[in-house]
Design a protein around this ligand. Structure first.
Ligand code: BES
Ligand code: ZN
Ligand code: ZN
Length: 519
């Protein structure tokens, strides 16, 4: 699918299916829904209303109704064969993210009906209403719509032998004709949306892979291939380099597996180089291609899910894909620590003590708390490569899932400015992160009688914070943002706008965070 942005009158646009958004004007809890179509064509709105019975379509978020072109619609100048009404929910809650979900809903509804060519009408408030639509920038709306469409298009049936191609061939986003300046801005937003969604989909394709296919070596190969294509520098190292760098924490995780680990370093330099003293951003990802728990073996139930324990790494690789194409004026280095956490004969044992690359000694109490071990060396290494600001993403703790469920990922930081930039990025990305504490009073959680620190908390309370405190030790004084995406990396439930499977969470927010440092 190669989406296009077209400036034309949507109601006269000839297409097998035209999707039109609607909001619900009702505000009170007990008020009957009052759907309003987001079009300035009152003929079209009228004809659509007549084709539906009362209460048949409520414009709830993700709700759809299909209308085949009636004579009335045709006589109103309507050219499409079918009209798909797509609900965006309550008018007062309309947001960019609702548009993203609406576009996704349209695409998935079309796919389910084997419609290959789809047009989506850019939402346009009827003249007589004062909807908050005007507050949504046209450029960001174009971006959100194309992102939603692109993310919804994929189904993770890669490994079904009877896989059918149900792809959309053509997608047109149809906006009313606007002045040149506005059209240019919308085109720019549309283009950014294509780039960011492609990057997020690349991340999802990596997360979707099973552990036997996507080993650390394979993850390195795929990152390298992406970098070669995108024009990024990329080095993929393995055991020898990891040991030479004295990354004992990273190695302590990798050594229990027959699969060699991979240390992946991707570098983006702005053209013409960055001015001296400008920030260098360090992106660090947890890339456990399978987490059995190691000697502290996980229970068998649900263990198959631990193939997505590399989602943080995949988010960083995807973010670099977008960064290479968006070309912000800031240098970025990404470090991915990829390994398999297995209970082999050479595996680390509870009670082992290792010295991280930074010199900090670690008592390994639980070999299943392996993410923080690989990230400890990844964060420190990013600093030695010059990173002045750090961000990491990791499916780090079950405790974060207990705390926030699957609708918000965890956000931690040692620096208000870096954190504020991330929170601002969320307004554009539409992703949900909820800040949790990692203040110094929690430091005792990870103190050890045996070594400088231990890799679990003193008890099971506040486990996501204990893990963050461990990472904070390695960020040191460097401004750092930590994203615990354990609960959000995999969509367990399909939505009208998204399939079951890998979500690609954090890519969009990380990309915006990086762009916020562009000078
Ligand atoms: N990969 C897991 C965390 C996880 C849980 C990811 C659920 C995705 C979904 C991590 O390595 C882990 O096992 N953490 C332990 C830490 C504990 C031993 C201190 C956990 O959360 O139980
Ligand atoms: Zn684990
Ligand atoms: Zn893990």
């Amino acid at each position: 699918m190669e989406p296009k942005l077209i400036f034309a009158d949507a109601s006269g646009f000839s297409t097998p299916m035209l999707a039109l958004f609607a909001v619900d004007l009702a505000t009170g809890r007990n008020e009957e829904p009052r759907p309003l179509l987001l079009t300035q064509s009152s003929d079209l709105a009228d004809a659509a209303a007549r084709a539906l019975g009362p209460g048949e379509f409520k414009a709830a978020l993700g709700e759809t109704a299909l209308i085949h072109a009636t004579d009335r619609l045709k006589s109103a100048g309507f050219q499409a064969e079918r009209l798909l009404l797509v609900g965006l929910g309550k008018a007062k809650d309309l947001s960019l993210d609702k548009l993203r979900k609406g576009a996704g809903t349209a695409v998935r509804a079309a796919k389910a009906r084997s419609v290959r060519n789809l047009a989506i009408a850019f939402p346009d408030a009827p003249i007589e209403t004062n909807l908050p639509l005007a507050q949504l920038s046209a450029s960001l709306s174009a971006r959100a719509l194309v992102e939603g469409a692109q993310l919804a298009e994929l189904d993770w049936d890669t490994y079904h032998s009877d896989r059918k191609d149900s792809n959309i061939n053509e997608l047109a986003l149809v906006s009313k004709v606007v002045d040149d300046n506005s059209a240019q801005q919308m085109q720019a937003g549309f283009h950014e949306g294509l780039i960011v969604a492609a990057a997020q989909n690349f991340t999802r394709s990596l997360v979707n892979e099973p552990g036997n296919v996507l080993t650390p070596t394979e993850l390195g190969a795929r990152a390298k291939a992406m970098c070669d294509e995108a024009g990024l520098a990329c080095e993929v190292y393995s055991t020898e380099k990891i040991r030479e760098l004295k990354m004992e924490a990273f190695w302590s995780v990798a050594k229990g597996s027959a699969e060699p680990p991979a240390l992946i370093v991707m570098t983006y330099e702005p053209s013409g180089g960055a001015p001296a003293d400008s920030p260098i951003l360090g992106l660090v990802g947890k890339g456990i291609t399978f987490d059995s728990g190691g000697i502290s073996l996980k229970p068998g139930d649900g263990m198959e899910k631990m193939k997505y324990d590399m989602a943080g790494a995949a988010a960083m690789i995807g973010a670099m894909h977008a960064i290479a194409r968006l070309k912000p004026a800031v240098k970025v280095v990404a470090v991915v620590c990829a390994a398999e956490n297995m209970p082999g004969g050479r595996a680390s044992k509870p009670g082992d003590v290792v010295t991280a690359m930074s010199g900090t000694t670690i008592e390994i109490v639980n070999t299943d708390a392996e993410g923080r071990l690989v990230l400890a060396d990844g964060l420190h290494y990013a600093k030695t490569l010059g990173a002045t600001h750090l961000i990491d993403a990791a499916t780090l703790t079950g405790a974060c899932v207990v705390a926030l469920g699957m609708l918000n990922a965890g956000l931690f930081s040692n620096d208000e400015a870096a954190c504020a930039k991330f929170v601002n990025a969320l307004a554009i990305s539409g992703e949900n992160f909820w800040r949790l504490p990692c203040t110094e009073d929690y430091r005792e959680n990870i103190s050890s009688e045996i070594a400088d620190i231990k890799n679990t908390g003193k008890n099971r309370w506040g486990g996501a914070t204990s893990a963050a405190m461990f990472l904070k030790e390695f960020a040191g004084d460097t401004p750092w943002v930590h994203l615990d995406i354990a609960g959000c990396a995999w969509n367990e439930e399909k939505k009208p706008w998204l399939p079951y499977g890998p979500s690609g969470v954090a890519v969009r927010s990380i990309v915006e965070w990086v762009r916020s440092y562009s000078v």
